[in-house]
Design a protein around this ligand. Sequence first.
Ligand code: ADP
Ligand code: ZN
Length: 611
Amino acid sequence: MKRETVLIILSMLVLAFFLAKMFDSGNMSSGNRRSQELIYSDFKSLVASGEIANAQIVGDSLIEGFTQEGLGFRTYIPVEDPSVIDYLRLYQIPINYVPEKSMPWYLNILINWGPFLLIFGIWLVLMRRMQGGSGGGGLFSIGRSRAKKIEPSEMKITFNDVAGVEEAKDDLGETVEFLKDPAKFRKLGGRIPKGMLMSGSPGTGKTLLAKAVAGEAGVPFFSMSGSDFVEMFVGVGASRVRDMFEQGRQNAPCIIFIDEIDAVGGSRGTGMGGGNDEREQTLNQLLVEMDGFDGMEGIIVVAATNRPDVLDPALLRPGRFDRHVSIPLPDVKGREEILNIHAKKVQMVEEVDMSIIARGTPGFSGADLKNLINEAALGGARNNKTELNLADFEWARDKVMMGTERKSMVMSEKEKRNTAYHEAGHALVSALLPKSDPIHKVTIVPRGRALGLTSYLPENDNHSYDFEYLSNRITIAMGGRAAEEIIFDEVTTGASNDIQQATDTIRNMICRWGMSKSFGPIVFGSDNQMNVLGRDIGKDREYSEKTATEIDVEMRKTIKFHNEKAKKLLRDNVQVLHKIVDVLMKEETIDGSYIMKLLKKDQSKVAPVGS
Ligand code: ADP
Ligand code: ZN
C-alpha cells in the first residue's frame, strides 16, 4: 500500500497548491493579503486628500501601498497613464518601483497541469483498489501474475519440518530427485508427472509440504491462490495464468503452487458460480498451459484443495493434475511428531511427554497443533513462567478445542452441581463399560458453549469400530442425562448434544452399518448423496414409508434401552458417583485415573461390570 499512500499525499499537495494559487492570484506580489482593491479614480482622490502614505509600483500596471491609517490597498493603472508617477510626486508620496514578480516556471507547470495530475493520481489509486491491493507493478500489472516467489536461498523448510504425512513424503521423494537434476531424469527417460494435486482438510500441511519439496530440491517456489485469479474483469485471470507459467519457464526447475484450486477449477457449468465467464476462461487457460509444457522442463505444478470432489474432471486428466497426493489428518503418532517439531521452539521442562497431548487431540490438524503450542506459550508467558509443563499444554489443548475458558461466567451452585452429576455420569458409565476409551479427565470449567467436558484418551485412532464399542458410546452419551435423572429426578437442556450424538450413532448403526439385529445388513439411503453442507437435504429415500416407521421404532427402542442401562449402572454405583461429584465440586477437575481408583480397579479395567 505504500505506493498508494505516496500517490494520495502527492495528489493532496497538488490540490493544496492549486487552491492556494487560485486564492492568491491577482495579488501574487503583495505581501499584504488583506489589501483592498481601489478604483483608480478613488485612488487618485485619496492621493489628493493626502490619505495615502506610500506607494509601490509593481511592473507597469499595479500600484500597491498603505494608507495613512495603515490599511493596505492596491489598484490597477489604466493603460497609458504614465502621468500617475508625476501625480504621486506632486503630492510628495514616497514611491518605490519593483519589477513585476513572475512565477517560477515549475509553479507555472504545476498550476496549469495540477488538475490533470490530480485526476491521473486519483485514477491510479482507484485502479489499484480494484486490483485488490498488494504487490508491485502498478498500473500495467493487472494482467500480470502476482505469484509470490521464494528463492531457494530464503527457503528454510525441508521434509524435517513436516511430520505425520510419511506416505506423502515418500510419494514426493521422487519429485525432489527430479527437480534436483531434470537432465539426469531426461536421459534415463523417466516420466515425471508435471501436475500434482494435494487434497486434505485445511491446515494439514499441504502448503508446507509443497514448500518442503522446493526446499529439499533447492528450487524457486512460486505460490498463488486460486482466488487471486478470479477477478472482476474478464480475461484478467487467464492472462495471470499465462504470466505465471511464463515466470515458471524462466525459472525452471521450479515449483508452482496453486492454493485453493477449486476457486478456478470447480466443475464448469454446474454448482456455485456456474456460468461465470471469467472463471471458465481462467480454467481453460490453465488447461492450455498445463498441456503446453512437456514436464521435462523441470516445472512441477502443485495444486491444493480441500474439496477434490468439486474439481472439473478435465483438470485431472492424464498430463494435467494426474498425480494425486492425499494428506490426511495426522494420527496419534503423527500428532506427537508434529507437536514435537513445534515444541522445539518453546522452552519447556525436560520431561513433557507429548504423546499424552497427542492422545487427547484426535481430529486436530497440523495447524491446530501448532496453535496449541502457541497458546501454551502465550498462557505460560501470561503467568510469568519460564518453562512450560504438561499442564500448560493440556490447558492450551482445552482452549483450542473448546474455545476460550469462560472463567468469568458464574455458574450458580445448583447449575454447577447439575453439571458435575452430568459429567460424572458420563465418566462413570464409561469407566464401568469394557471396550471404551480410557478417561483422561472430567471438568466442569465451562468452555465455549459446553458447561463441562469429559475427555478420553483413545489408545489409537480407530477407523472402524465394532458393535460393542458403538453401543457403549450410546450408553455413555446417555450417562450424563441418566445421572441427572436419578439424582434430581429432572433433566436439563445440557443433554441435547448427547442425545444428538446418540441418535446419530444409532441411525448410522441401523441405516449404514447394518448393525441392527432386526434389519440385518442393509443400507437405507445412500451415502454419496450428501451435498456440500454435509446434510442429506435432497436425499431420495430408497425405502418405503413403512420401513421408515420401523426404523423410527427401532431407534426409539434402542435409545430407551441404553438410557435404562446407563441408569442401572449408575444406580448400582451411586456411591462412586457421589464421590466423583464431591471432587468435582471442590476442584472442578478430576483425573481419569482417580475415578478408576475410586472404583477400586486398576486403569486397564480388567473386570467389566454391566449387563
Ligand atoms: P494447508 O496448506 O494444508 O492449509 P498449511 O501448510 O498452511 O496447511 O499449514 C499451516 C501450518 O500448520 C504450517 O505452516 C505448519 O506450521 C503447521 N503444520 C501443518 N501441518 C503440519 C505437519 N504435518 N507437520 C508440521 N507442521 C504442520
Ligand atoms: Zn453430556
